[in-house]
Design a binder for this molecule. Structure first.
Ligand code: B12
Length: 215
């Protein structure tokens, strides 16, 4: 197995074993050996998180396990983030993306990854956080953000992405910004239905589509 694959597998296992320390160790090993941190996040930690998500859906593990797995993932990502952001400083940040997890939704892992990858790609990213009131996105649009990005992980909260479209229109700023939606339940169909400009399935696609918008 190639070194990167082996490292990713260790990252996946650390998350599946709810092991913060192991996740941190894998992250440190990644930095030390000069392997790709983006691959470790996407093909290692995220793969582990998705596996735990599947087990949760099947009733094999329960909410405390999901919390423990997401803590392990966050511990690993936290070690990698400064390294990732260092490479971002080399590019000149000029285009602004305001991103947050929508009102009522506290799922932040995916949103954080998208925010980090956009930063690495040279965007100026305003992270609004999670459980973000619609009014905060509207404020960001008024204050000059060019892309308003919202994450929703639940079918109950994704409807608020539609409300966001409406409130941007009501505030008279919809024409000034592009909107981007994402999160597990969101699809291209959903984006089309609510009138969002960009849908991306994952962080790599989000970067490609945001770059295409500015070019
Ligand atoms: C981890 C997790 C949690 C953690 C969150 C920790 C954190 N800080 O984020 C905790 C334990 C806190 C949690 C809580 C809850 N959860 Co939860 N959770 C999950 C789980 C297992 C994984 C989500 C995750 O982090 N995946 C890994 C990341 C990397 O993937 P991602 O989020 O999909 O992000 C990627 C893409 O979607 C995309 N993306 C994400 N955001 C954006 C934004 C933009 C703009 C773009 C372009 C792209 C993009 O790019 C990302 C990177 O590739 C999912 C199951 C699943 N398989 O999705 C359930 C899940 C989302 N949770 C669920 C539920 C129900 C809950 C709770 C209500 C549980 C409860 N009974 O209390 C609460 C919610 C409370 C609230 N108000 O929000 C349900 C939602 C069901 C539904 N369809 O509505 C799911 C689907 C599980 C299930 N099958 O029941 N959860």
């Amino acid at each position: 197995m190639a070194a990167q694959e082996e490292l990713n597998q260790k990252g996946k296992e650390a998350v599946m074993n709810f092991d913060d320390e192991a996740a941190e160790e894998v992250a440190k090993e990644c930095i030390k050996t000069g392997l790709d941190p983006v691959s470790l996040i996407q093909d290692g930690f995220t793969a582990g998180m998705n596996a735990v998500g599947d087990q949760f859906e099947k009733g094999i593990v329960f909410l405390p396990h999901v919390i423990a797995a997401s803590d392990a993932m966050s511990a690993g990502v936290k070690i990698l983030t400064p390294v990732l952001e260092k490479s971002a400083l080399k590019t000149e940040a000029k285009n602004t993306v305001a991103i947050g997890t929508i009102e009522g939704d506290i799922h932040s892992i995916g949103k954080d990854i998208v925010a980090t990858m956009l930063k690495i790609a040279g965007f100026h990213v305003i992270d609004l956080g999670r459980d973000v009131p619609i009014t905060s996105y509207v404020e960001a649009a008024k204050n000059g953000a060019q892309i308003i990005a919202s994450s929703a992980l639940m079918t109950t909260t994704m409807v608020l992405q539609m409300k966001l479209e409406e409130q941007l229109k009501e505030a008279g700023v919809r024409g000034k910004v592009k909107t981007m939606v994402g999160g597990a339940p969101a699809t291209q169909n959903w984006a089309d239905k609510i009138g969002a400009d960009i849908y991306a399935e994952d962080s790599s696609e989000a970067v490609i589509k945001c770059k295409a918008f500015f070019n």
